[in-house]
Design a protein around this ligand. Structure first.
Ligand code: FAD
Length: 329
């Protein structure tokens, strides 16, 4: 079977990798001239390694702790002995993963009446999978996210997350090579986000960048086996984490294709689906009440370990009841 994958982000590249050496002959078409150019803070949690190898060369630092702030006031300073995740060099990570797959760069795909045109030329495929990220999402399912890359040095083992009582969103200060990435994303106008971001920025600004990111969760109508990764809505809405869930969604899709199983059924059975759904319920309920009071209460009162479990998408129903009471059910 000839499979065309549109987009060479974490979802598209990992899908091709999971299918490598099988009866499915996958080609990834990436519109840009190299991988990993989309703005991103490059943080991944370590349980990504349960399904994909993180090449050593692509690791910038190991994350061993979180600092969580509410209205710029430090609430939690959590440090663990074991690693919780990594800051990766995402372009290098994707480049290494793509080494043995069929990847076509500078190949912009347009789909028309079931056919695909690559840079205007029709190409045959038995099946097309859209792994083209937020680019294909309706804008009401995404929020703007912006970041500065600065020379401000922070502890390379700690990531900082910022929440605000007047913003449905999150800020971050993540370590990176030679400085940090300092950003914010939320359900607000970019000018408002910029103002908030200015209170976080430290060091000399090297670059400013931005993109939209899904805050809606899974788009049920896209659970037809033709979408994967952020194009399907696989981003944790409360924290904006999209790399790991996108790769997990590709693993579920690859397994469904190889085992002739129904993707929708397999995806809906997965832990990923239920944890993404819970995250998006928190955001939807906050949007409905136009307040982040529920999330604020959790941040102020919850057991830090539970907060981490929630952020990682690794929680049980009992954890949720402890965190949110009946708020999101
Ligand atoms: C500012 C910011 C910071 C973020 N920080 C983090 C973070 O630290 N950790 C984390 O886990 N997540 C983070 N995210 C989210 C994360 O970047 C995405 O959710 C993740 O990259 C999604 O992977 P994907 O492969 O589904 O899509 P993408 O990474 O968006 O890849 C899609 C690819 O498709 C290509 N494409 C689009 N249209 C076409 C076309 N027509 N033809 C060919 N190619 C096409 C694009 O060029 C792109 O390379 C951040 C997002 C933003 C905006």
């Amino acid at each position: 079977m000839k499979l065309a994958i549109v987009g060479g982000g974490p979802a598209g590249i990992s899908l091709a990798l999971f299918l490598k050496g099988t009866r499915i002959d996958a080609t990834v078409y990436e519109g840009l001239g190299s991988l990993g150019l989309k703005p991103c803070a490059w943080g991944v949690l370590s349980d990504i390694e349960k399904i994909i190898h993180v090449p050593k060369e692509s690791i910038i630092s190991e994350i061993k702790g979180f600092k969580i702030y509410l209205d710029n006031k430090l609430l939690y300073d959590i440090r663990k002995k074991e690693k919780l995740g990594y800051i990766i060099n995402k372009p290098l990570f994707l480049k290494i993963l793509s080494e043995n797959i069929d990847l076509r760069l500078n190949s912009k795909v347009v789909s028309k009446e079931g056919k695909i045109l690559i840079n205007g030329k029709e190409e045959y495929a038995d099946k097309v999978i859209f792994a083209n990220g937020h680019y294909s999402l309706p804008s009401e399912t995404t929020i703007p996210a912006i970041q500065y890359i600065t020379d401000y040095n922070i502890d390379p083992e700690i990531v900082e997350m910022y929440f605000y009582s007047d913003l449905l969103g999150y800020g971050w200060v993540f370590p990176e090579e030679g400085g940090s990435k300092i950003g914010i994303g939320g359900y607000a106008k970019v000018d408002f986000l910029k103002e908030k971001l200015n209170s976080l920025v430290k060091g000399k600004i090297k670059r400013f960048q931005g993109a939209r990111v899904n805050d809606y969760g899974v788009l049920e109508e896209r659970l037809n086996g033709e979408y994967v990764g952020e194009a399907l809505g696989t981003v944790y809405a409360v924290t904006g984490e999209g790399i790991r869930p996108s790769i997990i969604s590709s693993k579920i899709l690859a397994d469904s294709l190889l085992e002739n199983k129904d993707f929708k059924e397999e995806f809906k059975k997965s832990r990923l689906y239920s944890s993404l759904k819970t995250h998006s319920s928190v955001i939807k309920s906050a949007k409905k009440s136009n307040s982040i009071k529920g999330l604020e209460r959790v941040l102020l009162k919850a057991d830090p370990d539970l907060v981490i479990k929630f952020a990682m998408g690794d929680f049980t129903k009992i954890d949720l009841l402890k965190l949110f009471g009946r708020m999101i059910f």
